[in-house]
Design a protein around this ligand. Structure first.
Ligand code: IPE
Ligand code: IPE
Ligand code: MG
Length: 244
């Protein structure tokens, strides 16, 4: 099912900041957790859409390194939903041929979640459909600092000549090593900021801010976003084709 989108104009990598669950719930006089539950349904729909159209890479921001600052009850609810999602949806993800990867700091999440993450990655390692990446306990600044720390250690131990540090080498030390940089970063809910998401990787991403709250972001909205992307002119610092 190709939909309105032709494969040639598809971005290779779409990354989404899934924001607005709390506001979605508040509008309905529901607890914030209800918004997160609805948000999981949107995740399911967008993952289905992405595999249906043959997208290569989809990265979803599920929990930031700053989201630990939220009340313990909300953090607990989010962790519970993460568990549920992996338990309920992994079979379908496997069937759809997607390969799962989780980027973020694994040391702070509970042991059983860490095991689920490893199991999901192991189970889908041989799949060559959609690369489905969840940013979970993820922060872009932490990620860059960790890469810098690793390179500094190698230099201090005499294993690395600092003069050989290039952007490509730094990229290879990030969690996203091996993935192409995102072409399109979508943020829902009307907020216009990156909130520490893929800071290094989004250097030349097209940014698309939509007002829709994440639980209402459906297949049609996703296709609209891809269509808008196909209208953008990307220059990467050079001149537009017509002028060059
Ligand atoms: C996004 O929705 C989900 C996470 C950050 C985990 P929010 O919970 O941030 O929803 P708002 O921004 O309060 O509406
Ligand atoms: C960013 O949303 C994190 C995720 C979507 C997982 P937030 O709601 O946490 O971002 P801020 O606090 O509004 O910047
Ligand atoms: Mg938010």
């Amino acid at each position: 099912m190709a939909g309105a989108q032709s494969t040639s104009s598809l971005p290779r990598h779409v990354a989404i900041i899934m924001d607005g669950n709390g506001r979605w719930a508040r509008k309905r006089h529901l607890p914030r957790q209800a918004g997160h539950v609805a948000g999981v349904n949107a995740v399911r729909e967008i993952v289905r859409a992405a595999t249906d159209i043959g997208l290569e890479n989809l990265t979803l921001f599920a929990f930031s390194s700053e989201n630990w600052k939220r009340p313990a009850m909300e953090v607990g609810a989010l962790m519970g939903l993460f568990r549920l999602y992996f338990r309920n949806d992994m079979d379908e993800i496997v069937e759809r041929g997607a390969r799962v990867r989780i980027i973020g700091n694994r040391s702070r999440v509970e042991q059983d979640i860490r095991q689920m993450i490893e199991e999901a990655e192991r189970r889908t390692l041989g799949n060559n459909g959609l690369n489905l990446t969840f940013a979970f306990d993820y922060g872009g600044q932490e990620e860059i600092a960790a890469a810098a720390r690793e390179l500094a250690r190698a230099a201090a131990e005499g294993r690395l000549d600092p003069e050989t540090i290039t952007p490509e080498l730094v990229s290879s030390r990030l969690f996203t090593s091996g993935l192409p940089e995102p072409d399109l970063v979508i943020r829902t809910s009307g907020e216009r900021r990156l909130s520490n998401f893929l800071l290094w990787q989004s250097a030349y991403a097209e940014l698309l801010f939509v007002d829709t709250l994440w639980p209402d972001f459906d297949r049609k909205e996703f296709m609209d976003a891809l269509e808008q992307f196909s209208q953008r002119e990307r220059r990467f610092g050079a001149l537009p084709e017509a002028v060059a």
